[in-house]
Design a binder for this molecule. Sequence first.
Ligand code: ADP
Ligand code: MG
Length: 702
Amino acid sequence: MEKNVIEQVFGINVFNDEVMQTKLPKDVYKSWKKTLESGEDLDSDIANVVAHAMKEWALEHGATHYTHWFHPMTGITAEKHDSFLSPATESKPVLEFKGKELIKGEPDASSFPSGGLRATFEARGYTAWDCTSPAFLREDSGGVTLCIPTAFCSYTGEALDKKTPLLRSMEAISKQAVRIMKLFGYDDVKKVSCSVGPEQEYFLINHEKYLQRKDLIFTGRTLFGAPAPKGQELDDHYFGIIKERIAVFMKDLNQELWKVGILAKTQHNEVAPAQHEMAPIYSTANIATDHNQLVMEIMKKVAKRHNMECLLHEKPFEGVNGSGKHNNWSIVTDTGINLLDPGKKPHENTKFLLFLSAVIKAVDENAELLRLSASNPGNDHRLGANEAPPAIISIFLGEQLEDIIEQIVKGDVSSSIQSSQLDTGVHVLPVLKKDATDRNRTSPFAFTGNKFEFRMLGSSLSIAGPNFTLNTIVADVLQDFADELEKADDFDSAVNDLIKRTVTEHQKVIFNGDGYSDDWITEAEKRGLPNIKSMVEAIPYLVSDQTVQVFERQNVLTKAELESRAEINYETYSKTINIEAKTMIDMAGKQYIPAIIQYVTSLADSVNSITAACSSVDVSVQTELLTKCSSLLATAQKALTQLEKVTAEAAAKEEGQEQAVYFKDVVFPAMDALRSPIDELEMIVDQDYWPVPSYSDLLFEV
Ligand code: ADP
Ligand code: MG
């Protein structure tokens, strides 16, 4: 029987364990595995043999080049290609790839954001092989390239990327969780890792129409656009039948993802028209991060093949839902125990309750930082607006766990609410067992069975930031827990005390109600939970005493590295809004206003010619339209002048916080003021005059 397509293509472009087993001499494979498991430094002889095998495998698959593939702080990935060609004296080319080329690269670092960590003249930067994430081949019309996942550091060892802190945070949480496991008698646990499954939302629109919109090209979102007559109000898109063109795209996407070993699993239509979602099966945090970057890259590439454009921006269209990313996260031992699995009787599962209370404490104490980790300029359009979770961090635990927490706080925990059977009232349907807890869609940080789902992330974000933040803050709490418990004479009573004390102190962050309601905002304020309205207001928490202390203690980021990241955040915000403002100025001045003038002129001509032909004819419709459009046109022109003025003023501000705040408080509102009359005009002006595709064209005519 012919193999199923998944079996045929899965992992064919990955230098995975299976390939290594066949390509490497047995002893080399063994020591390689040992290095990987122990996390020790890699021996250079082994590296040479692995590099050789990798090269042979890549050449067999048609690769001509290799690249160190890394995650600079731009949030996207970077690469510089080198061919396998080596200097040769004879006429025949020699193809080489040495261990040192595999483990270390030296891209010029001066053009990547460093937030002041490195002066431009100190250009050296290093990429170091992350041997825990498998190398893969990228195939496209440019040929085949061997991509080696790496971390990126400066000459002095500071992290210049998102991967380094992620790897450091994985070590940190592992170290502390192993200590805790030891206290519970699990001496066999040597390592703990984080599992991550990111759900990715995206929009697909027609490529030709995309090319007609400078705002989409330059900023990834529409900066103008009146709403289409239909939006998402009928709830007919979510989980709706997938259109054939989209299904063909998804099929192609899945195959491309499977080839590079990504476990693409779930696909469906999302809430907004033209919006969709893909979720892979979870994997270890650093691999999940690499994979999610690849998912975004491949989605864009495959969309183009199908004459579509994939939009990953958090808010491509006003008035319909934007896109996010749900980051499912759990901690698992190397012996296979999911530390966030409550089991059948969570109230008796002390180990689970201890890890749970660590997460609760970490999230409560570092809420502002978590909020920042999920932010980018695009996500400011979602967080706190009524579609994404609110900007307030709270934890949803569900009925069963909330009940247990209440029992613990009261002092005596003796039962767990058990799941019951689902009564559908129809006898022919099978009897289903219900989950012990319903779901809650409005919580930013929800416990979902055996993992937490962090739902605040923007769709275009690298998931590295949110995950290293989570790992680090939880590691820090676990360290305190381990310190306290290791000293205790009576472990059982000490651990129960600790759980009780922790959940009592941090119960305020637990909220099981409707996160979208106004009541919650008032209630959260009463509880003293932070509600940070924008990314710019959240950035200072990256360098707060609390953050610096936690990140330095866990060896994840130093104060200087955190400060540099804060600078990069401010810069990114300012640059993003600046590009948006300049794009609006360009579109309004060169496209919208000239088009509206033409339309207004045609109305005036019509009034003149009709009146000249017969002075008694009623031209009130044309006159009324003429008056209305002219007045809106004047408003638009005034708003344009104002936006030009404040954008120029912003450029003169001191870079960093001051400039970012100015962009948020002054430039951003000026952009809204320009959009509003133009959108109003779009509803009136003859569509033949309108210079760009409308929301109807973009959202309903893929
Ligand atoms: P939903 O949309 O209902 O939240 P999905 O099936 O779309 O659910 O996504 C759930 C995600 O959570 C998947 O990526 C899945 O692999 C991941 N996941 C499941 N179990 C774990 C776990 N223990 N740790 C991390 N992620 C997990
Ligand atoms: Mg989800």
